[in-house]
Design a protein around this ligand. Structure first.
Ligand code: UDX
Length: 447
């Protein structure tokens, strides 16, 4: 059993702290946001993540986990301090390190015994060394400490399982003994541990996310070609995935990637390359394809509705950036929603858990209680987030209630033949539609 302090109760901090408590450690979570801390003290979750509330409750009741706004309370008796604060995108896509800086400064000013400081926030290569300098500069008197980079790979929606069964743990440090000590903390997870230097660890995180984003943009580019040439990208991806060198994962064509990580991390990596005099051609193309993919959906809707969206009623199912989360940050579905609204459409929308976040970001959306009320009287239905419940819908009922049965399947969730046989005018992504003129007709501004 170890004593841990986790700074930041966002996705990464909350999941890391809770899972370490569940593994039997004592964890204090520190957040400067009083509202969040008092929510957590009352057993309320600031984020939606399946299974998290129960796990927090179990560990709080067992006395292994508590929450505070006070650094000195958090650091008292801690052996390990995890920095899990946000690193949003700055003006040019660079990671904004103000929260890492202030966490490091406060740790330096508050610590009164040796610590191993582990950074889990996604930070530009070199930030570990910079953190060490900040701490050294801000300590009132020198106290021994080590900085270890331990990038986080968890996915929203499956964060607890990703933490408990990781593919690997990466630890980077200039102090091999400190990295070994952190490795012991991770040993119960029974996954390979890669111990390396701190800059390499930081790069592993960016390279992994950029590679996954590249796979998505790759299959999306293939989807456009499939659509024009009469092939089905779903079958193409399946056929490719059996090749062990390729594998089946992250080959789902659709609206492109969103969320709090991929868009920000690809941009930040490209920015790092650019500021060091390089031209990141592939990363730029990945981002360009991703933006293009979102526009395609609006263009399809416009084309199928006779060339204009003005005055049309369109329904959207799914607003979160992916299923099983209420997160709408960089959500492709919201980009499409805004674009439809900008072009004069009335947009009815339903998402199982992201309505509040989505309507906060796009107040002109008309919120609906369920998929059926969203689809009722709509002239087109756009399915934009692959929630499981959308697979189970009574499509006959939907078809009968719509003013015009246009269905745009932005995530290829349905069987095109079945829907066409029910009378839908169906269009998926990369599924053999010979859509002449679609790509060239893009004259709109999307957010
Ligand atoms: C991602 C990484 O997977 C994770 O390792 C990292 O720590 C944080 O970023 P997350 O953003 O939660 O996790 O979502 P993920 O499940 O990876 O999906 C990212 C986006 O790509 C979503 O918008 C998803 O819909 C999209 N996606 C994913 C596709 O369009 N096609 C795919 O085949 C896979």
């Amino acid at each position: 059993m170890s004593e841990l302090c986790v700074i930041g109760s966002g996705y990464v901090g909350l999941v890391t702290g809770t899972c370490f408590a569940d593994l039997g450690n004592h964890v204090i979570l520190v957040d400067i946001d009083e509202r969040k801390v008092s929510m957590l003290q009352d057993g309320k979750m600031p984020i939606y993540e399946p299974g998290l509330a129960e796990m927090v409750q179990r560990n709080t009741v067992a006395g292994r986990m508590r929450f505070t706004t006070c650094y000195s309370e958090g650091l008292k008796g801690a052996e390990f301090v995890f920095i899990c604060v946000g690193t949003p995108s700055g003006v040019d896509g660079e990671a904004d390190l103000q929260y890492v800086r202030s966490a490091a400064q406060t740790i330096a000013e508050t610590m009164d015994h040796p610590l191993i400081i582990i950074n889990k926030s996604t930070v530009p290569v070199g930030t570990g060394d910079w953190t060490r300098e900040i701490i050294e500069r801000n300590q009132p008197q020198p106290i021994d400490f080590a900085v270890v980079s331990c990038p986080e790979f968890l996915r929203e929606g499956s964060a607890l399982a990703d933490f408990m069964q990781p593919d690997r743990t990466v630890l980077g440090s200039s102090d091999p003994a400190a990295a070994e000590t952190v490795a012991e903390l991770y040993a119960p997870l029974d996954a390979p541990i890669v111990i390396t230097d701190i800059r390499t660890a930081e790069m592993i995180k960016y390279a992994s996310n950029a590679f996954l984003a590249t796979r998505i943009s790759f299959i999306n580019e293939i989807s456009i070609i499939c659509e024009r040439l009469g092939a089905d990208v779903e079958e193409v991806a399946r056929g490719m995935g059996f090749d062990k060198r390729i594998g089946p994962h992250f080959l789902q064509a659709g609206l492109g990637f969103g969320g709090s990580c991929f868009p920000k991390d690809v941009k930040a990596l490209a920015n790092m390359a650019q500021t060091h005099g390089m031209h990141p051609q592939l990363l730029n193309a990945v981002m360009e394809i991703n933006a293009f993919q979102r526009r395609q959906i609006t263009l399809k809707a416009r084309e199928m509705l006779g060339g204009s969206l003005n005055g049309k009623t369109v329904a959207i199912l799914g607003l979160a950036f992916k299923q099983n989360t209420d997160d709408t940050r960089e959500s492709p579905a919201l980009t499409v929603a805004r674009s439809l609204l900008n072009q004069g459409a009335t947009v009815k929308a339903y998402d199982p858990v992201a309505m509040e976040n989505a309507c906060g970001e796009a107040p002109a959306l008309i919120p609906c209680d369920n998929s059926y009320s969203a689809a009722k009287d709509a002239e087109a239905l756009l399915v934009l987030t692959p929630w499981n419940e959308f697979k189970q819908l009574d499509m006959r009922r939907i078809h009968q209630s719509m003013k015009r049965p246009i269905l745009i399947d932005g995530r290829n969730m349905y069987n095109p033949d079945e829907l066409r046989s029910l009378g839908f005018e169906y269009r998926g992504v990369g599924r053999g539609y010979n859509g002449e003129g679609l790509i060239a007709a893009d004259d709109e501004q999307t957010a």
